[in-house]
Design a protein around this ligand. Structure first.
Ligand SMILES: NC(=O)c1ccc[n+]([C@@H]2O[C@H](COP(=O)([O-])OP(=O)(O)OC[C@H]3O[C@@H](n4cnc5c(N)ncnc54)[C@H](OP(=O)(O)O)[C@@H]3O)[C@@H](O)[C@H]2O)c1
Length: 278
């Protein structure tokens, strides 16, 4: 039976594809640009756009399970409707941890909207809720390469960032085993670290001294909006940063519980991506 991976060309999706192939599964991927997808040869890559429901029917033909990458809510609605129509048996959604503040925040609201849509599809589901990705620190790569500087607005904010390979490994475990239906996996990396600590680890990985500078909030907001996110997301990230400077983010055990092996450390991740910072 075929497993469909959406978001297959992204940071998590690529690792979901390789994990499923390693488990001997038949994998189909969708992309808006299949010619540039760069996925392994054994993957069937189809053109489809989650913003265009007409492209989804063929992608879901003969599919048993789906890795659901959240784009816009309408895309998730179209995908889950097409999945229900095609007789899909299990949806595994990439969601996000919800910090559980008294006040709602727009980033968590967006992910909870995707979760609601998936629940309403009436199919068995699993939610994979990672905290912040280690890959977010690739935003430091340009200033590290050009000047040996990390610029961050919340240098004392401690969070247990997670390696994208571990997020994918949890999603793959859920796609391979129906026992994950109805479960929510809240996952983090193995250590709660501040930007000050991550800068030291990164410096060791690339073999160069690095300096950490406080990034003014308005510059951070411009950086985030420049990547296409709304300004209120940037404000929410600054609020998270202030919160975790006072109360370090938790380290959760679910990656090891679900996959049977420990999650990758920040040092592992930094060694893997060192060339991007050199
Ligand atoms: N960064 C964090 O700390 C964090 C934490 C928790 C959760 N998350 C969530 O994780 C996700 C990661 O996002 P990202 O921007 O970093 O992703 P990414 O790795 O850049 O990947 C984006 C993927 O989405 C696909 N895509 C985008 N629009 C599409 C459309 N209309 N139709 C079909 N495919 C589409 C792209 O495929 P093609 O271009 O090939 O079509 C690509 O595979 C987000 O949903 C985010 O909210 C992030």
């Amino acid at each position: 039976m075929t497993i469909l991976v959406t978001g297959a060309t992204g940071k998590v999706g690529r690792n979901v594809v390789t994990g499923l192939l390693a488990a001997g599964r038949t994998v189909r991927a969708i992309s808006r640009s299949p010619g540039r997808a760069g996925l392994p040869e054994d993957v069937e890559v189809l053109h489809a756009d989650l913003a265009d429901p007409r492209t989804l029917r063929a992608a879901l033909h003969g599919v048993d399970k789906v890795f659901v990458f959240p784009t816009a809510p309408d895309g998730t609605r179209a995908l889950t409707a097409a999945a229900a129509h095609a007789g899909v048996r299990h949806l595994v959604l990439l969601s996000s941890t919800v910090p559980g503040y008294p006040e709602p925040d727009p980033i968590s609201d967006a992910h909870l909207a995707h979760e609601r849509i998936v629940r309403e599809a009436g199919l068995p589901w699993t939610f994979v809720r990672p905290g912040g990705f280690m890959a977010n620190d690739l935003a430091w790569a340009d200033s590290v390469r050009t000047g040996g500087v990390v610029r961050d607005p919340c240098p004392d904010s401690a969070v247990a960032l997670i390696d994208e390979r571990d997020i994918a490994a949890v999603a793959v475990a859920a796609l391979l085993d129906d026992a994950h239906a109805g479960r929510v996996h809240e996952i983090t990396g193995p250590q709660s670290l501040t930007p000050v600590q991550r800068t030291r680890i990164l410096a060791r990985a690339i073999g160069r001294p690095l300096r950490l500078e406080l990034q003014p909030a308005d510059e951070f907001v411009r950086t985030v909006t420049g990547r296409g996110y709304p300004p209120e997301y940037a404000t929410a990230m600054l609020d998270f940063g202030a919160h975790f400077a006072v109360a370090p983010g938790p380290v959760l055990p679910a990656v090891e519980r679900v996959t049977g092996r420990p999650s990758h450390t920040y040092a592992d991740w930094a060694a893997r991506y060192a060339d991007r910072f050199r």
